[in-house]
Design a protein around this ligand. Structure first.
Ligand code: XLS
Ligand code: NI
Ligand code: NI
Length: 445
């Protein structure tokens, strides 16, 4: 087992390339289910799952919360000069990606490069770091799943970015989106994400909601046009979230965003990046929002994480729930995969998890959970009676009058006449328990 690292020094000493050892292994630093090259159906696990590590939670967040500062001391954050720190952080990041064996990563402009109020400085910092990222990508083979701009941390965005009531702030947001699009194209990114952290309101009393939403649509169309003009051929993604930091966020959930995209003529270029913990914050399950997005033909990518049933906020825990992973992979497999999207771990280790090793353990757990979810979902779809049962449930629409109805050959009056001639419909059980048992049966196999 080698210890691949790419920068000036090794940031995760003592940890080598994470091996696959299979379900019988008790080695915490080995995969039990994720075997990148193993075929599930016609694709390898790596091709199905397209895992990405996120830059912000993994190398930037030191564990601060509203009650106290970070608990982790990162060796790459030691230098006083911001650009030197950014370079060291990038070395640590690419060492981590390589040792973990993920094909992709994701970043915000200002987790990769130091921010600056001066537009020229900000742009120069990002260009400098993008040049280094390009070298690191070439040296390691790790690729960019998506780039994005952080339009929510700087105080100037407290009232929103593209939806800010002040035009000067809307324009300032364009600086970052243009630069982050340039960076994404330069790095060969497959997607570009908009998470509208502060695109929403704290109070309706001071808010002109329709005007803000129209501004948002115009801003997105401009970003799309610019991206296409510089050769971006990937997918633009909107990441729904109902609240936090704002009381109400405009990209509330998959259904809301799908309606917005259709209304503003953006559905050709934009899809959705569904995050588990955002779906649960909006009162849905993860699987629900994935299914809604997929049914609209808009499921582009996934931010994998997990909330906490007792807390009402975005705890961004690593996904370990197998039941959820099976549900998610059922949606993904039924729509034929998620490329050019992927599965990004938008998750952070707990504040009490203070070792470099914890970052590996967390990702190994998430990758194994989704690998197992993939295996089980694939088995359910190809070997179990699941699809047959579902098809039979709707069989009355496959021929005769039911098919005529689906094809629009019935009026309401004709439906009435059909019913009048057929007597009281027979009761048909939904058999929910039977389906639940089937899922557990395959999960335990
Ligand atoms: C925050 C979001 C954020 C996006 C990227 O809740 O999940 O991390 O994924 O801006
Ligand atoms: Ni989130
Ligand atoms: Ni996210």
């Amino acid at each position: 087992m080698g210890t691949p690292f790419i920068g000036k020094r090794e940031y995760f000493p003592g940890i080598g390339r994470i091996p696959f050892e299979g379900p019988a292994s008790d080695n915490p630093l080995a995969f039990k289910h994720y075997d990148a090259k193993r075929k599930i159906g016609d694709r390898t696990m790596a091709e199905h799952l397209r895992f990405a590590v996120c830059y912000w939670h993994s190398f930037g967040n030191a564990g601060h919360d509203p009650f106290g500062p970070g608990t982790r001391v990162y060796p790459w954050d030691a230098d006083a000069a911001p650009l030197v720190r950014a370079e060291a952080r990038m070395d640590a990041a690419f060492e981590f990606f390589t040792k973990l064996g993920v094909p992709y990563y994701c970043f915000h402009d200002i987790d990769m490069a130091p921010d600056d109020d001066d537009v020229g400085e900000y742009e120069a910092n990002l260009r400098h770091m993008v040049a280094l990222a390009r070298e690191r990508q070439q040296a390691t083979g790790v690729r960019l799943l998506w780039g994005t701009a952080n339009l929510f941390s700087h105080p100037r965005y407290m009232n929103g970015a593209a939806t800010n009531p002040d035009f000067a702030v809307v324009a300032r947001a364009a600086v970052q989106v243009k630069a982050a699009l340039d960076a994404t194209v330069e790095l060969g990114g497959s997607n570009y994400v908009f998470w509208g952290g502060r695109e929403g309101y704290a109070s309706l009393h001071n808010t002109h909601m329709k005007r803000e939403l129209d501004h948002f649509a115009r801003f997105l169309a401009m970003a799309r046009d610019y991206g296409r003009s510089i050769g971006f051929e990937g997918v633009f993604l909107i990441e729904p979230k109902p609240m936090e930091p704002m009381k109400h966020q405009y990209d509330f959930d998959a259904a809301t965003v799908a309606g917005f995209l259709h209304r503003h003529g953006l559905a050709q270029d934009f899809k959705l990046n569904i995050e588990a913990n955002h779906a649960t914050l909006s009162g849905h399950t993860f699987e629900h929002d994935l299914q809604v997005a997929s049914d609209h033909g808009l499921l582009g990518s996934i931010d994998a994480n997990r909330g906490n049933a007792q807390n009402g906020w975005d705890t961004d825990q690593f996904p370990t729930d197998l039941y959820d992973a099976v549900g998610a992979m059922l949606v993904v497999l039924r729509q034929g995969g998620m490329a050019p999207g992927g599965l990004n771990f938008d998750a952070k280790v707990r504040r009490e998890s203070t070792d470099g090793e914890d970052l590996f353990l967390a990702h190994i757990g998430g990758m194994d959970a989704f690998a197992r979810g993939l295996e089980v979902a694939h088995a359910l779809l190809t070997r179990s009676p699941l699809e047959k049962w579902r098809a039979e449930r709707y069989a009355s629409f496959d021929e005769g009058a039911g098919r005529d109805f689906e094809q629009g050959r019935f009026s309401l009056a004709q439906l009435r006449d059909f019913a009048a001639g057929h007597g009281e419909p027979a009761k048909r059980s939904g058999r929910q328990e039977c389906y639940e048992n089937l899922l557990n049966q395959y999960l335990l196999r």
